[in-house]
Design a protein around this ligand. Structure first.
Ligand code: SAM
Length: 188
C-alpha cells in the first residue's frame, strides 16, 4: 500500500497512521501538516477521501503534481496555516503526526479545540507530538512541546484507543519523548 510513496521517493506512511487504519473505516479524513503527502497517499489508496493541508507551498505543489500525474480523485491538497484554527469541514479522521510541535505555542489550545469540534461523533483524532520532560528534556528547538499528561487531559471525555508518552528517536538521532494519541470522539 506504500507503492505510490516508493514511486515518488517518499517515506512510507507514519507507522501510527498505518496502525490507526486497522480500525478506522474509510471516511472523510484530514491530514494536518501533510508535507509532500506520504500519509495522504496511503489513506487515499485505502479509500479515504483526504483533505491534505500544509503551510509549505513547495510541499503542496509536489503533492498536487503527484495527484495530477496519478489522476487521484480522493486527495484535495490545500495550502493552510494550522495556526489559524479555522477548519471549515468535519472529518471522521484527523491525523496530525509530528506537526503540532511546529505550531505557535499560543495557538495550540485553539488548534486542538478546532480539531475536536470538526471531528464527527464517533470519529478519530491521531496526534504524535514531541514532549519536553524532566527525564527527556527536548533537545530540539521546537516552538511547542507537550508536558506529561497534557494531551490526554485535553482529550478527557474521548475514548483513548491508544495513548503513550514513550521515548523515541528523531531522524537526526535526537532522543526525546513523544506523546502518541488515538482518540475516538464520543457518540452523543
Ligand atoms: C515533520 S513534518 C510532518 C509531515 C507529516 N505529518 C508526516 O507525518 O510525515 C511537519 C510538517 O508540518 C508543516 N507545518 C509546520 N507548521 C505548519 C503550519 N503552521 N501550518 C501548516 N503546516 C505546517 C511543515 O510544513 C511540515 O510539512
Amino acid at each position: 500500500m506504500n507503492d505510490l510513496n516508493t514511486r515518488y521517493g517518499l517515506n512510507p506512511a507514519h507507522s501510527e497512521v498505518v496502525e490507526a487504519c486497522r480500525i478506522i473505516e474509510p471516511c472523510d479524513a484530514l491530514d494536518m501538516g501533510c508535507s509532500n503527502g506520504r500519509n495522504a497517499l496511503y489513506l487515499s489508496q485505502l479509500g479515504f477521501n483526504v483533505t491534505a493541508v500544509d503551510a509549505n507551498p513547495n510541499a503542496i505543489n509536489m503533492l498536487r503534481s503527484i495527484v495530477a500525474q496519478e489522476n487521484i480523485r480522493n486527495i484535495q491538497p490545500q495550502l493552510y496555516d494550522i495556526n489559524q484554527a479555522s477548519l471549515d469541514a468535519d472529518y471522521g479522521f484527523i491525523a496530525c503526526t509530528v506537526t503540532l510541535m511546529f505550531i505557535d505555542s499560543s495557538r495550540v489550545d485553539a488548534v486542538l479545540s478546532d480539531m475536536q469540534d470538526h471531528t464527527v461523533a464517533g470519529g478519530y483524532n491521531l496526534i504524535v507530538c514531541a514532549m519536553d520532560t524532566d527525564v527527556y528534556p527536548c533537545p530540539m528547538n521546537f516552538p511547542f512541546t507537550l508536558k506529561p499528561d497534557q494531551l490526554s487531559t485535553i482529550y478527557e471525555g474521548w475514548d483513548l484507543v491508544k495513548y503513550n508518552e514513550d521515548p523515541g528517536t528523531m531522524h537526526n538521532g535526537a532522543q526525546l519523548q513523544f506523546a502518541t494519541l488515538l482518540a475516538r470522539k464520543p457518540v452523543a
